[in-house]
Design a protein around this ligand. Structure first.
Ligand SMILES: Cc1ncc(C[n+]2csc(CCOP(=O)(O)OP(=O)(O)O)c2C)c(N)n1
Ligand SMILES: [Mg+2]
Length: 557
């Protein structure tokens, strides 16, 4: 990096400095020079897919799995607008993504005609992205360019949310001034800072309440993952001796095979043992957990819960009815780790919604069988991760247990269909772990074709596609079943045409064998699991019924 550089070269050098190794994207004429500049650098691997939503999900999966920034380069308008949904998901679920878009140059803008790919105004795309990013800038001033790029990327890291840079095509070769601090900087991005006076007081307050509590319980939320406090939280839970549940969005942030792990908390529709244990807790310590309707089972959190909880999130610690500001999650956890805590002793039992299977392995496959078979398969294996798609798979996936501290990725809150296949490709590209993907046929029809890129990017996921011929999750509550039907494709055969292995299974025994075969295969594998028309995972049935009842009640009020 030098004091004077071309803007495009500066951006590439900056990304290399902060350790970005992959760039996801699709080129277009308004970004082509910048796109190929990225490609010329030996340190940066370019990952292209077929469609921008896939690109966005892949970069998001990469960032979730690696804990690093997922960088994206797309063209203006048609490309940028195509990717708004995945970026909105990254914003909602706190995933650090950098979106770089091209744009029309100054001379073109002065022509007085509409520019191709333009929607309303030239700045429309920028305005849209401002809504779904923590910082967005159009880089126009060579004197400020380096600092503005630096500001956006620092914000991404501090907030763990997407940021947006728009660089119009005439700016790429423009010489810019790079301040000395940036030239000499070691590339380490800043962490949020705590006010230590507030931190000490919050820790003292919490320790006092914890040592008085008879039945404390820990809830782990998504920020533990994003702000890299997961290991410290495991130590803290061990020191406390309390049971621990993960929130839906944070499944996988606490090791699922840990003896103090009880399972996923989902409000009133949690497994009964978890629901009762949370209700009977006299102190709930929630670390990094966002309060969402999904995580609270669709109900407003009760006043009683607030009274007996300590909620550390978004650099705040809320202790029952008062709040300490400017405290990072990591400092709070480390503060508690240093304190004197009275350890608890309790028999903790892991719970899910699956129940016991019937003995006959030749019975027709049900979704609950698929989940049990995945658990059986994972228990014996390392180097695998799980990615669950929105739909029944999102809820069913909550009953999957990934051993060996395994990674688990799903959009547990924003819940966009189309995440799983490209998200898993990004995650495998970033970590080398082989994904087991659980998806419905509807989710697969959205972005599943991106799997054709798996071989050339060195990926070999095992896809378990639940083929129920439609948007099955709504069948228990829909008046018009025909509106939920989808064309029935032969997914296993498609997988073979696309360069992978395809197996169609109808019984438990067939699925078990198919998973064994998939483990031996070095290419991607599609296991097409045929299930009954109305069959869903046990947890979806509970959730759908509970939310339909709530909707009915509120329409009567
Ligand atoms: C992008 C997007 N569009 C629509 C929805 C609403 N939605 C949620 S689940 C679902 C159907 C899922 O069908 P499928 O993938 O086949 O899974 P199944 O429930 O049948 O197993 C739909 C349409 C969504 N979550 N995301
Ligand atoms: Mg379906």
């Amino acid at each position: 990096m030098q004091g004077k550089m071309k803007l495009g070269d500066f951006l590439v050098a900056y990304l290399e400095k902060i350790g970005v190794s992959h760039l996801f994207g699709i080129p277009g004429d308004l970004v082509i020079n910048l796109f190929f500049k990225f490609g010329r650098r030996r340190g940066l691997k370019i990952i292209t897919l077929s469609h921008e939503p896939g690109v966005g999900f892949a970069a998001d999966g990469y960032a979730r799995a690696t804990g690093r920034i997922g960088a994206i380069c797309v063209t203006y308008g048609a490309g940028g607008h195509n990717m708004v949904n995945p970026v909105a998901a990254s914003f909602a679920e706190r995933v650090p993504i950098l979106v770089i878009s091209g744009g029309p140059g100054e001379e073109e803008r002065k022509l007085g005609v509409l520019i191709h790919h333009q929607a309303k105004d030239i700045e429309s795309q920028f305005h849209i992205y401002r809504e779904v990013t923590c910082d967005a800038k159009i880089i126009t001033d060579p004197l400020k360019a380096a600092r503005e790029i630096d500001e956006v990327i620092r914000s991404i890291w501090l907030h763990q949310q997407p940021g947006y840079l728009e660089i119009h095509r005439d700016m790429v070769e423009r010489e810019i001034r790079v301040p000395k601090e940036i030239v000499e900087w070691d590339g380490e991005l800043p962490q949020p800072q705590s006010d230590h006076r507030k931190l000490d007081e919050a820790v003292r307050d919490t320790v006092e309440r914890f040592n008085r509590a008879k039945r404390p319980l820990v809830l782990v939320g998504i920020e533990t993952y994003r702000f890299k406090a997961a290991r410290e939280i495991v130590h803290l839970v061990e020191k406390m001796g309390a049971p621990c549940c993960a929130s839906v969005l944070a499944k996988g942030a606490f090791p699922m095979n840990h003896p103090q792990y009880m399972g996923v908390y989902l409000g009133a529709v949690s497994p009964p043992r978890i629901r009762k244990r949370v209700e009977s807790a006299d102190l709930i310590l929630a670390f990094g957990m966002l309060l969402t309707d999904i995580e609270s089972g669709g109900r407003a959190p009760s006043e009683a819960l607030r009274h007996r909880s300590i909620w550390a999130v978004e650099n705040h610690v809320n202790v029952s009815y008062h709040t300490y500001t400017d405290i990072t999650l990591k400092d709070f956890v480390n503060g508690l780790l240093k304190a004197k805590l009275k350890p608890h002793h309790e028999k903790i039992i892991y719970s899910d919604n699956l129940g016991k299977p019937a003995r006959d392995l030749d019975r027709p496959l049900r979704v609950a069988d698929i989940l049990r078979e995945i658990n059986r398969f994972l228990a014996e294996r390392k180097e695998l991760m799980v990615v669950a798609e929105s739909g029944d798979s999102l809820f069913g996936g909550l009953d999957i247990k990934v051993g060996n501290d395994g990674l688990y990725l799903a959009q547990g809150f924003y819940a966009s269909m189309g995440f799983a296949i490209p998200g898993a490709l990004g995650a495998q590209i970033g970590t080398g772990l082989r994904p087991v993907i659980l998806t419905g046929d509807g989710g697969f029809q959205m972005t599943g074709v991106e799997i054709i890129h798996a071989p050339r990017h060195g990926c070999n996921p095992i896809v378990i596609l639940v083929n129920n011929g439609g948007w099955g999750i709504f069948r228990p509550v829909a008046q018009q079943q025909d509106l939920l039907a989808l064309p029935s494709l032969r997914y296993a055969e498609l997988a073979v045409l696309w360069g992978g292995v395809g197996i169609r299974v109808q019984t438990v025994a067939e699925l078990r064998r198919a998973l064994e075969n998939a483990a031996q295969s070095s290419s991607f594998v599609m296991i097409e699991a045929m299930t009954g028309y109305c069959d869903l995972s046990p947890i979806s049935v509970k959730y759908i019924r509970a939310s339909a009842k709530r909707a009915e009640r509120s329409s009567k009020n």
